[in-house]
Write a protein that binds this ligand. Structure first.
Ligand code: ASP
Length: 314
């Protein structure tokens, strides 16, 4: 049995997350994150791979309607649920992703199937759905993915005319997981419904390797959350990995520097979780809050709602 200590981090989105100011709601977030961390711990401790573990943790978070992924995902301005997800294996630099896919309860599992299939990296919309049918992944009625809260959120956004991305406020709850397993391998996963009231067909950073997700055993595993356009334009995750690779920075140092750049160059709104090649964990955001939790080097599991590194941008 390999003997390296494992590390695991998960997140449930960044933003204002005003509802987390309510102690009861905050308690639900902490409990949900804690349960997933502990289930992930069990898997990593028995020697499961980082890749299998991030897929498992991401699917659990997708199933929880508290979060903006899978069941409980945000709605487009047409009222549809269009899901993006990606998973990356740092050992092989292999990735699988789906975007704007409809009627799939666990897009992260579909992304994993794309990775395992190996022919392509990213499948979108109808093409992703027909790949799902081909591999026997069940399609679900879109209605079963929609919660009353997300309908209300869309209605509010439409009433306030906040259907463009200018409102600078991602819907809370995009999810992500990163891990380093006992074999020393890294993996990352990100899954989202995108931003409330986004144009149908819009794809953010989450399913794009190098932007909202990245894993390379030589550098780090990263999952981002926030205003996707900022993360796409800054090629956030790979830029962060470059700092580990070429400057020898730790997870926290690299994340801090990448968030500073995001904020200074793009007034970027969002954050990320990172595990570096040595299993060190870091989380940070330019937003007032980010839901996240971690287990560093097989230590205790911790969950947080406030950012760890940077104070809110404004
Ligand atoms: N990054 C996601 C997107 O832009 C949204 C989020 O993380 O809340 O689609």
């Amino acid at each position: 049995m390999p003997s390296e200590p494992f590390s695991l981090m998960i997140h449930g989105g960044a933003g204002q997350i005003r509802e987390a100011g309510d102690p009861q709601t905050a308690g639900r977030y902490h409990a949900a994150l804690h349960a997933v961390l502990e289930a992930g711990r069990e898997r990593l401790a028995r020697g499961d791979t980082a890749l299998d573990t991030v897929e498992y943790c991401a699917a659990r978070l997708e199933d929880n309607p508290l979060f903006n992924a899978g069941t409980g995902a945000t709605l487009t301005r047409d009222g549809t649920v269009e899901l993006d997800a990606a998973i990356m294996d740092g050992a092989a630099l292999a990735a699988g992703a789906v975007a704007a896919v409809r009627g799939i309860a666990n897009p992260i599992r579909l992304a994993r199937a794309v990775l395992d299939d190996g022919e392509h990296v990213l499948l979108v919309a109808d093409g992703a759905a027909s790949f799902a049918r081909e591999i026997g992944m069940p399609q679900v009625d879109e209605e079963t993915l929609i919660t009353p809260q997300r309908r209300e959120q869309l209605e509010r956004a439409l009433c306030q005319g906040r259907v463009t991305l200018d409102h600078n406020e991602p819907a809370p709850g995009t999810i992500g997981a990163v891990a380093r397993d006992r074999h020393g391998h890294l993996a990352a996963a990100t899954s989202t419904g995108g931003m409330t009231g986004q144009r149908s067909g819009r794809v953010g950073d989450s399913p794009i390797p190098g932007a909202g997700v990245y894993a390379d055993d030589a550098t780090a595993a990263i999952s981002a959350t926030g205003h996707g356009e900022h993360f796409l334009r800054s090629v956030f995750a790979r830029e962060l990995a470059d700092r580990v690779e070429y400057l020898g920075l730790s997870a926290a140092e690299a994340l801090n520097a990448s968030l500073q750049r995001l904020r200074e160059r793009l007034a970027g709104y969002g954050g990320a979780i990172v595990i570096d090649r040595n299993g060190r964990c870091a989380a940070g955001t330019t937003t007032p809050r980010m839901l996240h939790g971690w287990i560093e080097h097989a230590g205790p599991s911790r969950t947080r709602i406030e950012p760890l590194i940077l104070p809110p941008a404004r």
